[in-house]
Design a protein around this ligand. Structure first.
Ligand code: DC
Length: 215
């Protein structure tokens, strides 16, 4: 068997990364990895331990010491913490607000990169995030970058019942010094403002199949 294939899906917030990554993974029979959930989990863990979220050293220390394990549950690879996956807790407004701060700590990004690379032990992957094609798997031949207009992305968040300052979050993600959100070299850019999830995922699947010589 050759090296596992990693399809990288990066992009701005609410650009449809999760929806499309799940659809593509299901269609191709690959496992899905939500790397944002890993950063969110560390943020939740730090809040729980009452760590000062402005204290980079304390956050780095939490990341060194937390007990984690990757598990593949029906094609979704999840990071368990002390045997628990905080699926609801990582989506609260409070956790969402502090996650970009945690995600900006260089040693946290180093730890996450190593953990995310470990996921290939589960085989072929669709991995979504902000630095997957640029930093985690820069050698992937299957890189995609999703975007949509700010108006359209705000509409999608509101439809999900989430009220969030997307422009501020994009700024935080794009301007941090370590592994900022960028269009990875060689990535296919898809602006899906006027596209449905069906159309976006179909386009990604078609590109992947063509590259694999399966089209
Ligand atoms: O995709 P998301 O909204 O769950 O991401 C949560 C936060 O984590 C967001 O501020 C971006 C950050 N993140 C990151 O810096 N790198 C990743 N690979 C994934 C997410």
């Amino acid at each position: 068997m050759g090296k596992p294939i990693v399809i990288t899906l990066d992009g701005t917030s609410a650009s449809g990364k999760s929806t499309n990554a799940k659809r593509v993974a299901k269609a191709l029979g690959y496992s899905y990895v939500d790397t944002g959930a890993m950063y969110r989990s560390l943020a939740w863990y730090c809040l729980n331990k009452e760590v000062d979220i402005d204290d980079e050293k304390a956050i780095a220390s939490m990341c060194r010491s937390w007990k984690t394990e990757l598990k593949n549950e029906e094609g979704h690879i999840r990071l368990y913490i002390d045997g628990y996956f905080p699926s609801k807790e990582i989506r609260t407004a409070k956790t969402s607000a502090v996650t970009p701060l945690v995600a900006a700590v260089p040693s946290v990004r180093k730890w996450m990169k190593a953990k995310q690379r470990e996921c290939i032990e589960f085989g072929n992957l669709v991995m979504e995030g902000r630095d997957i094609g640029s930093n985690v798997f820069p050698d992937s031949d299957f890189k995609f970058y999703l975007d949509a207009s700010l108006d359209e992305r705000l509409k999608r968040r509101v439809a999900d019942g989430v009220n969030e300052n997307l422009a501020a979050r994009d700024k935080q993600d794009s301007q941090r010094s370590t592994a900022p959100l960028v269009i990875p070299l060689g990535a296919i850019v898809i602006n899906n403002s006027d596209m449905t999830a069906e159309e976006t995922s179909a386009l990604i699947i078609k590109e992947v199949r063509t590259k694999l010589g399966e089209a």
